[in-house]
Design a binder for this molecule. Structure first.
Ligand code: P6P
Length: 354
């Protein structure tokens, strides 16, 4: 009998055909209904990402795509037209999907119910449709952040079942709209990154089981808030200013700043300020999903007092301070907050300003 056919295309074709939906099924090691639902859900998020990416790449050319709407969201922030468009994209791709029963968004005060999905939809999607929208009009990177939770008992329709710690997340991730569009996710089995191949219209596997280095040079913080911080944060900044081997990197968009930390190491921090004592970043759809990824990638995420993933929110738009990134760099920030002498990372041979 002739030898069975042996594919000749090899690794490249295998890689290019490892789509996001296939990867989720592989991760779950199952083709059962639950796995199929989660795979389909991830594909819908990817579709939302492609629609937002398409709009962003043409924003400068499309009438009325840029600028402000003139409204403020529940956060008291001016709403950009792109915020609204991206939020509507997520609603549109999940209506009549049978997958998601509720949506929680930075751009919507209340929970958005999709009752027609609730017969089968076992999930709630929490998302920041465009994170870092101040970058949109100047063509700098922005992102979408998402968190997926199981549909709990919400008989009184208050979303009380969502007010549990981030350890109840089923999956989390983000889409980074940069020179390329990157989809990063975890379902609790490592962190994986996909790159959008526009010629295919598919997100193709780029990196698997990403690990945050234990230490990195990047420290990412808005130093313009220095005057508003508590002293321990100021002492940390003075420390990195006086020691060689640190680089300040801050884009004004959390997703891009976190992605740099994920890939190169270092620490991102958004402390509480005089104006925003609880910090600016929202727990359920910004800090908790990124903390889920950080811990999956051997990093750490804390409020400065508590691990982000252990915080029980008191309302769906709750804010917390955020310190996230390499385990050693987060520990260095904590050492100032806990006023404990941590043997500081070895001072490099370079100069140390006393
Ligand atoms: P600031 C964008 O508005 C955002 O929510 C994050 O993406 C970003 O890290 C942060 O706020 C930037 O805030 O106060 O430094 O401009």
């Amino acid at each position: 009998m002739a030898d069975s056919y042996q594919p000749v295309a090899g690794d490249t074709l295998d890689r290019d055909s490892m789509t996001l939906s296939q990867h989720v099924l592989q991760q779950l090691d199952s083709f059962g209904p639950e796995a199929q639902d989660l795979s389909a859900l991830m594909s819908r998020i990817a579709l939302a990402g492609k629609l937002v990416a398409r709009r962003l790449t043409r924003a400068g050319l499309v009438e009325d795509a840029l600028g402000f709407t003139g409204r403020e969201n529940i956060q008291g922030e001016s709403v950009k037209k792109m915020d609204v468009y991206a939020n509507d994209v997520f609603i549109s791709v999940f209506q009549r999907s049978g997958l998601v029963c509720r949506l929680v968004s930075e751009e919507m005060d209340d929970i958005y119910d999709i009752p027609e999905n609730c017969a089968t939809g076992r999930y709630t999607l929490l998302y920041d449709p465009i994170d870092g929208s101040s970058n949109v009009d100047i063509n700098l990177n922005v992102g979408s952040i998402f968190s997926i939770r199981q549909q709990g008992e919400d008989t009184d329709k208050t979303g009380a079942d969502l007010l549990t710690s981030g350890r109840d997340q089923v999956a989390a991730g983000y889409i980074l709209y940069g020179p390329s569009t990157v989809f990063v996710y975890s379902i609790g089995k490592g962190v994986h990154a996909f790159t959008l191949d526009p010629s295919l219209g598919e997100f193709i596997l780029a990196s698997e089981h990403i690990q945050i280095p234990a230490h990195g040079a990047n420290y990412s913080v808005n130093e313009g808030n220095f005057w508003q911080w508590e002293d321990p944060y100021r002492d940390y900044i003075r420390y990195v200013h006086r020691h060689e081997g640190y680089s300040a990197r801050y884009s004004g968009a959390l997703v891009g700043d976190f992605h740099r930390i994920l890939m190169q190491g270092g620490v991102f921090l958004y402390p509480g300020t005089l104006k925003k004592p609880d910090g600016k970043l929202r727990l359920l759809y910004e800090s908790a999903p990124l903390a889920f990824l950080a811990e999956q990638a051997s990093g750490k995420a804390t409020t400065g007092k508590q691990l982000i993933l252990d915080v029980d929110p008191d309302q769906i738009h709750m804010r917390t301070p955020l310190i996230i990134g390499s385990s050693e760099d987060v520990a260095l920030v904590e050492s100032f907050l806990q006023e404990r002498e941590l043997e500081r990372p070895p001072v490099t041979s370079g100069r140390t300003l006393g």
